[in-house]
Design a protein around this ligand. Structure first.
Ligand SMILES: NC(=O)c1ccc[n+]([C@@H]2O[C@H](COP(=O)([O-])OP(=O)(O)OC[C@H]3O[C@@H](n4cnc5c(N)ncnc54)[C@H](O)[C@@H]3O)[C@@H](O)[C@H]2O)c1
Length: 463
């Protein structure tokens, strides 16, 4: 054979070897797959899942609110509008905040609550036998400790976002809820935003077809609040987290509504994620501008990169993109984007819906209004007007509180369960690990330990 005939043969052989070796890399080498950084602990003997947990109906819900800062004092005010809830105990380590909350109750014609000011008084409150629900509005570090202690002492618990900071804490919540059969709800108010609820309703009625991709975010310029020393917040807890931690440190506002739209742990599941952060620029630039180059704040090496982007792949092959940025000068956005085989919706930066056969273009304002009216969620129909009147992020906070009390009163499963709390909070540590490892794919733990296939959709129960 001469050289001219041999060359094409050798080239073909070489190409075959290269293609085969690429295939082997993709299919046989597990180091390219998502890493199971956290093993799933075995469910303790005798313990079963708490999906769709129902508890004994309660005529009136006696509750304690712990942490009466910005968020907790707002909660005290909202609960004065809910007939079936009695705020019987309130606690904060700042005595003036307890007094302020008593005044809110008094002004609304409600009885005074028992006031507590000790650092560990939340334990005494959880140990009382006349309380049904502990409502936690402290800084993040106390969320899981109080929630676990409350359930251990026979109380239902509702806990501000994020419910947990680590995977270890997520498992503590799940295991305690399963052991005690008590409700543990994360107070994700954004699930009750009117537009988010309309898109949930539309999704459940098939308007978007098969939902393939969703996006959510918490993009909120909080630089002023992070550095607020006077009349700010307790012990600069927000700033301390930004100093120490990267990744998506506050994922639940963007993730909660899209997780329900995608029926996470009700037929689908978050399988793995990849996460990447920018470096940190915004906090340092702001601190230098506001406090001077030599100020204590300008000297800090903040760990939190300005923008974190996390992408989750679900077991059914769908994706969810979640972003977090609280240190850039940008307009507020939770994105809230839903994309399916028949249509599309998005809330920020400009609200729009686009549907087949004309999904190339957004519906005009009139059509959009008609769609939102047509698909107004039944719960918004029921209490939307009152929610607007009471207020709290445009009414969604009130709907959340109303639903919590309604479900407890009627012995119904809560809209958000302990697995939601664990899954949405888990993004904090998982995104940090992925980002530290150049966007390495990381498995999301299955907090239901296999039970996610039992249900086929999210249900907000009514009688
Ligand atoms: N869902 C939302 O829209 C939303 C909005 C804002 C804040 N939050 C969440 O609410 C929580 C509180 O935020 P905030 O802005 O009100 O903060 P904050 O600092 O104003 O309030 C926290 C309160 O906890 C109190 N506290 C500290 N240690 C305590 C203890 N041992 N016992 C009792 N009280 C104690 C503090 O004195 C303070 O008043 C955070 O988890 C935050 O993420 C949620």
């Amino acid at each position: 054979m001469n050289k001219v005939k041999l060359l094409p043969l050798l080239t073909a052989l070489l190409l075959t070897v290269i293609i085969q070796s690429c295939k082997n890399d993709a299919t046989n080498n597990s180091s390219y797959g998502a890493q199971e950084v956290f093993e799933t602990p075995e469910r303790p003997a005798g313990q079963t899942d708490v999906l769709e947990l129902r508890s004994e109906p309660l005529e009136k819900i006696n509750m304690a609110i712990i942490g009466l800062g910005m968020r907790g004092s707002g909660a005290v005010r909202r609960y004065t509008y809910i007939e079936d809830a009695n705020v019987v105990a309130i606690a904060d380590v700042v005595p003036e905040y307890v007094e302020r909350a008593q005044k809110i109750l008094e002004d609304a014609g409600k009885p005074k609550a028992d006031g507590y000011t000790g650092v560990e008084d939340w334990k005494t409150i959880c140990e009382r036998d006349d309380i049904d629900l502990i409502y936690v509005c402290t800084h993040w570090d106390l969320h899981t400790p109080i929630a676990v202690y409350a359930m251990e002492h026979g109380k239902h618990v509702a806990v501000e976002v994020p419910a947990a900071l680590t995977i270890e804490e997520c498992w503590q919540l799940v295991n305690t809820a399963e052991k005690t059969r008590k409700h543990c709800m994360q107070l994700e108010n954004c699930n009750y935003d009117f537009f988010e609820m309309a898109t949930l309703n539309m999704a459940q009625q098939g308007v978007f077809g098969e939902i393939v991709h969703t996006e959510g975010a918490y993009i909120h310029d909080l630089r002023w609040l992070n550095f607020a020393e006077e009349n700010g917040y307790w012990d600069m807890w927000r700033l301390k987290h930004l100093e120490k931690e990267d990744g998506n440190t506050y994922p639940t506002h963007g993730l909660g509504p899209i997780a329900h739209i995608m029926n996470i742990h009700r037929g689908d599941k978050m399988d793995y994620l990849v996460s990447v952060s920018t470096d940190q620029y915004g906090m340092s630039a702001y601190a230098k501008d506001k406090f001077g180059d030599t100020s204590k704040y300008a000297k800090v090496d903040y760990a939190k990169g300005d923008m974190n982007t996390t992408i989750v792949k679900t077991n059914k092959g769908k994706t969810m993109m979640i972003q977090h940025d609280v240190t850039s000068p940008r307009p507020y956005s939770r994105i809230h984007l839903v994309s399916g085989t028949k249509g599309f919706a998005r809330k920020w930066p400009k609200t729009g819906i686009a549907l087949e056969p004309n999904a190339h273009h957004f519906l005009n304002d009139f059509e959009l209004d008609s769609m939102l009216k047509k698909y107004e969620h039944p719960i918004v129909k029921e209490v939307g007007e009152k929610a607007k009147e009471v207020g709290g992020h445009g009414g969604m906070d009130f709907i959340m509180d109303y639903r919590l009390i309604y479900c407890l009163k009627n012995g119904l499963p809560l809209d958000q369960d302990v697995y939601d709390a664990a899954e949405w909070s888990a993004i904090i540590q998982l995104s940090r690990i992925s980002n530290k490892n150049q966007g390495m794919p990381v498995k999301v733990p299955d907090f239901t330990r296999g039970a996610w296939k039992k249900l086929d959709k999210v249900t907000y129960y009514t009688k």
